[in-house]
Design a binder for this molecule. Structure first.
Ligand code: DX5
Ligand code: ZN
Length: 226
């Protein structure tokens, strides 16, 4: 089994003190920083771009996972790589040439991820398995934090897990992940769990307990805690 990683999504943080939030949540036990980039075109919301990512890169030594909800993607990949992303994920629905985007991300020396929306079947990634390091199954429709987890996606995660076999690919879930469903996500085969609201609820004093609760639930689901 690939290592379990909890990825706090900065979308749920207090943007007025973003750098401090990165250092607080990662100091509280987050494994990888999840960064949601939205363009108001591919998704109905706008967040931040490479300059903001570059500015917060110094706030932690831990890896950056950049989730691009933008279309087109290719002309921006270099900027997100230079900003300090370690993983760059593009949506399979964002354009006709996802294979090209994945190759471009790897050519920039970064780990390449492909994301699929809740209504997109897993077949879309079948011929990309040798070109990806990460597959993201969205468990909400992308665009906003704080939405409810879409349970039927768990079956898709199981199918992706089976498809991946023993390839070195991480499987990520993102959207509505909480301690209540983290065990099911892990059991289905996800090892990268993104958490926005569930990680940041209650403010900085609650961060460590929030992350620990999600991690414990996931480890239970993996059969690594009894
Ligand atoms: C949604 C984003 C998610 C979001 C998750 O479009 O991709 O990363 O921040 O937030 P929660 O965990 O609150 O659903
Ligand atoms: Zn995301």
């Amino acid at each position: 089994m690939r290592p379990l990683q909890i990825l706090p999504s900065m979308l749920a943080s207090d943007f007025s003190k973003l750098g401090q939030e990165v250092s607080d949540i990662m100091g509280a036990g987050g494994d990888i920083v999840h960064l949601d980039v939205m363009d108001g075109h591919f998704v109905p919301n706008i967040t931040f771009g490479p300059d903001v990512i570059k500015a917060i890169r110094k706030c932690t030594d831990k890896p950056f996972d950049t989730h691009l909800m933008i279309a087109p993607t290719d002309s921006f990949l270099e900027a997100f790589a230079k900003a300090g992303s370690d993983y760059i994920t593009v949506h399979a629905e964002a354009g006709p040439h996802v294979h090209r985007s994945l190759q471009a991300i790897r050519a920039l020396g970064k780990k390449a991820g492909v994301a699929v929306n809740p209504g997109t079947p897993e077949d879309l990634v079948e011929y990309l398995l040798d070109d990806v390091d990460l597959i993201l199954a969205m468990t909400v429709n992308p665009g906003f934090g704080g939405q409810s987890f879409i349970r039927p996606v768990l079956e898709k995660v199981r199918r992706i897990r089976a498809m991946v076999g023993d390839r070195p690919i991480d499987i990520e879930v993102d959207g509505g992940v909480t301690a209540d469903n983290a065990g099911d996500c892990a059991k289905a085969g996800a090892n990268f769990l993104v958490a926005g609201s569930a990680a940041f609820k209650g403010g900085p004093n609650a961060y460590a307990a929030n992350i620990e609760t999600i991690r414990k639930a996931a480890l239970l689901g993996r059969g690594e805690l009894v």
